[in-house]
Design a protein. Structure first.
Length: 416
């Protein structure tokens, strides 16, 4: 690019024009100097006022008014380490993830390069992003790359494969483990779960392909054990009871703890059942809850099971003593007092940090800090710590506004 100097534009510059320009520049300079002096004086006065008042320039750290503390929080980590780190920073606790599902799929769901490797085997899909980088896989497993997507074709069961996907190497659970190790947090990874039954008792798991679930779980646990997971979460839910109706869930628990212990002997495993003290529901008595608690502890198979019942206050299945509810036969305090008498060392509480709604995440609303602190105080005499959980909108487990943030958070490395 050629620059042209002003003197080259005309051989006869105008004296009048130059004079006008000098006048305008003088006026502009005077105005600018005036603004600068005004700003300097105002800024000096502001500084003197701040100095006199002694007010801090940043927001003060929130102070927890409850005796109980969060030692962990349920969260949905991200594939980007910076995003995961920001979530852990905000929580200031250890982290627990949910488990992805293993569900039946068809060849139409995948590129032909993947289908060719699958052959005539039954296809299942794992619903969470997962890569196998750095993991030793068996000769029956294959990695296929199509564009920027890595497909893991993992032999599971007698005639099935579970297909995993990872775009550009993304793996949210691996991100959580990496970031947690750097920060000194503990990371508890949710194990894969089957789909629920599509007919009949739809609240129970479909165990018709248990061999696929277990075969994939062995390789899943081995992968995240190699990567440094601190423990595992059994994400299949059930009430805290010992009734045989729920054996399809406890059978799943027992199989998974055996798999975990075979790979990582004595590993910590977290289970979070729910409570129901409503008068007009299938009420769980504190006595029934204690039997259910003991049944879960007995499913350890060598692992160290921690039980963290959901307090039910975010979905209105229980109430606090202070609520004086006429709709609930038992309070949260009734349950945790009874459970502590069975085994205090393995007992935690999952604090539901949301406001009850119509039974779905979209109908619930964010709770208040006062209510969360009441929940922490109610269970604190009986438990070893609280695990935060909320589901008040589709992105609650990413936003996590009521877990941590410097208040009521025990800091990293406390759930173990």
């Amino acid at each position: 690019m050629v620059k042209v100097r002003a003197s080259e534009r005309s051989d006869k510059p105008s004296r009048n024009r130059s004079a006008q320009i000098r006048i305008v520049l003088g006026i502009v300079t005077t105005v600018l100097v005036g603004f600068i002096l005004i700003f300097a004086v105002a800024n000096n006065k502001s500084g003197e006022q701040d100095s006199d008042s002694g007010r801090a320039q940043s927001e003060p750290e929130p102070i927890c008014r409850a005796d109980g503390q969060f030692v962990a929080g349920f969260m949905s980590p991200q594939v980007d380490d910076a995003d995961t780190n920001a979530m852990l920073e905000r929580m200031n606790t250890d982290a627990v993830t949910f488990g992805g599902r293993i569900v039946p799929a068809t060849a139409e769901d995948y590129p032909e390069e993947v289908v060719e490797v699958v052959g005539d085997r039954q296809i299942y899909e794992y619903t969470v992003t997962l890569n196998w980088q750095g993991v030793d896989l068996s000769s029956t497993d294959t990695i296929v790359e199509v564009g920027d997507t890595e497909y893991g074709i993992i032999q599971a069961g007698d005639e099935g494969v579970v297909i995993t996907e990872s775009v550009n190497g993304g793996d949210a659970f691996h991100s959580l483990i990496r970031v947690s190790e750097e920060r000194g947090n503990n990371a508890y990874i949710g194990l894969p779960v089957p789909q629920m039954r599509t007919t009949g008792e739809t609240w129970l798991p479909d165990n018709s392909y248990a061999d696929v679930i277990d075969g994939f779980a062995e390789k899943f646990v081995d992968a995240y054990h190699q990567r440094g997971a601190d423990g595992y979460y059994l994400a299949m839910e059930m009430p805290l009871t010992d009734t045989s109706h729920w054996d399809p869930v406890t059978d799943y628990y027992s199989r998974q703890t055996q798999i975990i212990n075979d790979v990582s002997e004595g590993a910590t495993v977290l289970i979070s059942p729910y409570l129901d003290g409503r008068e007009d529901s299938e009420t769980i008595s504190p006595e029934t809850a204690t039997l259910g608690y003991q049944k879960l502890l007995d499913l350890n198979n060598g692992t160290r099971i921690l039980v963290s019942p959901q307090d039910g206050l975010g979905v209105d299945t229980t109430a606090l003593e202070a609520d004086e509810s006429e709709e609930h036969q038992f309070t949260a305090e009734d349950y945790f007092e009874a459970l502590q008498e069975v085994e205090p060392e393995r007992l935690y509480v999952t604090v539901e940090a949301m406001h009850p709604g119509g039974g779905s995440s979209d109908s619930r609303e964010p709770t208040s800090r006062d209510r969360v602190e009441e929940q922490l105080d109610a269970s604190e005499p009986y438990v070893n710590g609280a695990i935060g959980f909320q589901w008040a909108d589709p992105n609650s487990m990413i936003q996590i506004p009521h877990i941590g943030e410097g208040a009521c958070a025990a800091g990293p490395g406390k759930l173990n």
